[in-house]
Ligand binder design. Structure first.
Ligand code: OGA
Ligand code: MN
Length: 224
């Protein structure tokens, strides 16, 4: 069984990558409570609040390139991209763990995941993200979505659940799974296949949202 070594107090408690790989192979998605430890998630929450208070989040946009626009009727969250230059030690723990997962997914499922991109996200009370797919139109760079939840003591009445429509062909007309925030929980799903939304959150809601991507085409427009 493949388990994550070099655990320490900040990583998850011996979460096996095997179960994740099996889920992805069988269903195309996986929900993994405790992928990160609550110690790490709580510390990252504190850090996120400080970054938020410093004004280092910006309103998220929809689309890509020239078509990128702020669309509050679609999504209301604010984001902060992780970059090699600005990554904090806590963000580095996230990065390294997802990179280890990426390598294992490539070995086991031949997904050809080339790189990770990730941002912190914050929804203020009343916030939402309407049903969507995570692949930008006409591109296929984002292969797998990876959302890590941070908020503690979340109740169903707080809303803010991820609603993942689990039948790929039925989309938003089909059955769904509601996932509520929990410190250290990771959700993975194939970015092009699964419609999903964030239902209205009644308290501030914090995640790190990442995508494993295929290599960019050398010339824009080659893909799609
Ligand atoms: C996204 C998204 C889901 C969530 O940022 O694209 O769908 O649960 N997030 O935060
Ligand atoms: Mn999404």
């Amino acid at each position: 069984m493949y388990t994550v070594s070099g655990a320490g107090p900040f990583s998850g408690e011996d979460v096996s990558f095997d179960a994740i790989i099996e889920d992805l192979a069988n269903t195309g998605f996986s929900v993994i409570p405790g992928f990160f430890s609550s110690t790490w998630a709580n510390a990252l929450m504190e850090e996120n609040l400080a970054i938020w208070e410093d004004g280092d989040f910006k309103k998220a946009a929809v689309g890509r390139g020239k078509r990128k626009k702020r669309r509050a009727e679609i999504r209301t969250d604010s984001i902060h991209w992780l970059t090699p230059r600005t990554r904090t030690p806590l963000q580095e723990i996230y990065w390294n763990r997802l990179e280890a997962l990426r390598e294992e997914l490539n070995r086991s499922l031949f997904l050809g995941l080339f790189e990770l991109e990730a941002h912190l996200a914050r929804f203020s009370p009343g916030g939402y993200y309407k049903p969507h797919l995570d692949q930008h139109q006409k591109t296929s760079f984002r292969i797998l979505s990876a959302i890590t939840y941070l908020d503690e003591e979340w109740e169903e009445e707080d809303g803010g659940n991820l609603r993942l429509f689990t039948d790929r062909s039925a989309g938003v007309e089909g059955p769904f799974l509601d996932v509520f925030p929990e410190p250290g929980k990771l959700v993975l799903f194939l970015a092009a296949d699964f419609w999903h939304e964030v239902r209205i959150a009644r308290r501030p809601r914090h995640t790190i949202t990442g995508w494993f991507r295929r290599r960019e085409a050398p010339v824009p427009g080659v893909f799609g």
